[in-house]
Design a protein around this ligand. Structure first.
Ligand SMILES: NC(=O)c1ccc[n+]([C@@H]2O[C@H](COP(=O)([O-])OP(=O)(O)OC[C@H]3O[C@@H](n4cnc5c(N)ncnc54)[C@H](OP(=O)(O)O)[C@@H]3O)[C@@H](O)[C@H]2O)c1
Length: 231
């Protein structure tokens, strides 16, 4: 069955790979600030999750799938991490997500069973230095997602993907030469960093009906980093 899938973000990065996987069989709408890379067959709506009200967008009356992609990788020692940075990370990763979900409730309720997919990070499960701000804001998403999944079951399914380092524009500073890529790959039991496709495959699965008995979960898609110690 064709679904209306709304991606907040998707002009590049993991969201663009999700759109590429779904566009053949579903009506995919990308709401993001820029529209340079939007493939044919996908609707783009200009939207800034930090500022704009999702209710003002021209969206279908029924939304079957929602993915919230905006996120940050703001890594610094805690003593250098200003309180303002914590607020900014919380605003983009968490508060804007909550505003979007609030605004879309009536349209999500019109679906037989809406599927919502959010992004956390491997650094919530595995404590990592310099990650205090991003881990705090992504941890908020994990807590929210489980409570929200419980409150809206069986009408909505709500799941979280917690990736490790994935080669997207967001991670470009950490992967901008071969030496960095090799070092980062070496940290993972599967000896590579993620591709946007690796993460998008899990998102596409969670959005379609093959995952219809799965809700309230946090899935590590992380090359084994969060669970295996092979060194
Ligand atoms: N890449 C990694 O290593 C990694 C690791 C762990 C977790 N994650 C999480 O996975 C998610 C996706 O990451 P990614 O690597 O694909 O990020 P990305 O490369 O930065 O892509 C983010 C997407 O979101 C859109 N976006 C950003 N800010 C927005 C805003 N204010 N309003 C609307 N759209 C906005 C961007 O489009 P526009 O610029 O056009 O708005 C873009 O399409 C994020 O939540 C991230 O925290 C990523």
């Amino acid at each position: 069955m064709q679904k209306n899938i709304l991606l907040i973000g998707g002009s590049y990065g993991i969201g663009a790979s999700i759109a590429a996987k779904l566009k053949e069989n579903h009506n995919v709408i990308i709401a993001s600030r820029s529209n340079v890379n939007i493939p044919n067959g996908i609707t783009h709506l200009t939207f800034d999750a930090l500022k704009d009200d999702i209710k003002t967008l021209d969206l279908p009356e029924k939304i079957d799938g929602l993915v919230y992609c905006p996120g940050s990788i703001n890594l610094k020692p805690f003593k250098m991490m200003s309180h303002e940075s914590f607020i900014q990370d919380m605003e983009l990763n968490f508060h804007s997500l909550v505003r979007v979900v609030h605004g879309l409730l009536p349209k999500l309720k019109n679906a037989d069973q809406a599927s919502l997919v959010f992004f956390s990070t491997v650094a919530v499960k595995v404590g990592m230095p310099f990650h205090t701000s991003v881990s705090a804001s992504k941890g908020a998403i994990e807590g929210f997602a489980k409570a929200f999944a419980a409150e809206y079951a069986p009408n909505f399914r709500v799941n979280v993907i917690a990736p490790s380092l994935t080669d997207s524009p967001l991670a470009s500073k950490l992967l901008n030469n071969d030496a960095k890529k090799e070092k980062m790959a070496e940290r993972h039991p599967l000896k590579k960093v993620g591709t946007t496709d690796d993460i998008a495959s899990m998102a596409a699965f969670l959005l379609n009906d093959e995952s219809q008995w799965i809700t309230g979960q946090v899935f590590g898609v992380d090359g084994g980093l969060s669970t295996l110690n092979v060194n």
